[in-house]
Design a protein around this ligand. Sequence first.
Ligand SMILES: Cc1ncc(COP(=O)(O)O)c(C=O)c1O
Length: 412
Amino acid sequence: MTDFTERVLQARSRFEAMCAKPVSLDITRGKPSAQQLDLSLDLLTVLGPDDFKDGRGHDCRNYGVPDGLPEVRALFGELLDLPTDGVVLGDNSSLSLMADALSAAVLHGVPGGSGPWRDSNAYLLCPVPGYDRHFGLTDHLGVGMTNIDIGIGGLDIESVERLAASDERIKGIWLVPKYQNPVGYTLTLEEVRALAAMKTAAPDFRILWDNAYVVHHIDEVLDPVANVLQACEEAGNPDRVWVFGSTSKVTFAGAGVSAFGGSPANVAWFRKHRGVRTIGPDKINQLRHLRFFGDADGVRSHMKRHASLLRPQFEVVQRVLETHLGGGDFAHWTQPRGGYFVSLDTRPGRARRVFDAAARAGVALTPVGATFPRGNDPEDRNIRIAPTMPPLRELEQAIEILATAILCECSD
Ligand SMILES: Cc1ncc(COP(=O)(O)O)c(C=O)c1O
C-alpha cells in the first residue's frame, strides 16, 4: 500500500470519528482578534478633556477641515506613498470611500473621461480569487466584472494588458497591491510599472488600488511595493490611480480612519463629490490616532506587535496543512508574508464537497465562491482561510478537520 493510500485510509476513519462528535469552530472571519484590538486600547483615553485642537489650532469638535487634519494626512501620505495634499481622510471605512468614488464615476464620470460610466456599459477587471466586497460593490452599482487570474503564481498581467488595450468598456481594475486578499500576493515593481504604463482603450481607465494591508506584515520584514502614483506620473498617466487605505486592521476595525488619494485632478474630483454628502469627517478620531501613533514610525512599531500575535496563528495553519497534505497533490495553498488570509485550492470541482464535509464535522468555512464575482468559482476549488480571529488551539483543531476533509474528498 502506498504512503498516500495509507494516509487517505487513516483520514477516512479519523473523519468518521470527527463527524460523530462535531465541534463548533469558525474560520471564516477576517477580523482582528480581541488581543489585537487590545493593542490599541489607549486610543480610548489618549485625549485628555482639554485636548481637542490639532497642531494648527483646528478645533476638532467642530465642522470644518473637510479633507482631514493635515498632520494625519501627512501620516497616511507617508504610509501610502502619497503627498500630503494628495490625501483626503474619511471615517472608519475605506470601503465606503471606494463606494463614493465608484458611485461618482458611474453617475458623473471621472476626470479625463467622456461621461458617466453608466452610459458606456462599464466593466472592471477583477483579480480572482479576490475580496468579495469589491465584487459586491461593483455589481451593486451595475458595473460588469471580468475575472483575471491571481492564483498562487501571481497576477495574469498579460491578460490585463490585452483586455485593457482592446476594450473601451473596461474602465479599470481592482487591485490589493500588497498581501492581496486572499492570496497574499504582492505586486512586483515591474507589474506596477506595466499597469501604470499600459495602453488602455478607455481614456478614463482607473486602477482601484486598495492598499488595505500596506503595513500588515507577519514576517520580520514588510514586502516592498512600488509607489504607484509616481509610476503613473512617470508613465504620463498621472490620473490613472485611486489609492485607498485605512487603519481598520491597525487600530479598531470599527473605529479607525480611512483615506483616499491620488493626483490633484482626482483629489479635486473626489472632494467635490464627497462634499455633497458630508460636511466633514470625524476629526476627534483623527486626533486620537495622531496622539496614539505620533508619526508613521509609531504605526510601524505598532504593527510589529500585531505581527507577533499573528505569526503563531499563520504558522499553525502552515504546520497542520503540511503535516496532512504535504507532498501530495490534494491541495495547494499560499504562504503569505502578510495580510489576513491563506488561500487554498483543492483539486478542481472539490471545494464544495470539502466545504460540506467540514460543516458535517462542525467547521464553518467561508462559502465556496465568495472570493469570486457573484459567488461563482468556475473551477469550484478555492477556499479562503482566515487565521486571525480564533484562539490558537481552536484554529489548530479547525485546520486539522479541514485537512482531513480534503484528504477524504480530494483523493479519488
Ligand atoms: C482588501 C480589503 N479592502 C478593504 C477592507 C475593508 O476596509 P475598511 O474596514 O477600511 O472598510 C478589507 C477588509 O477585510 C479588505 O480585505
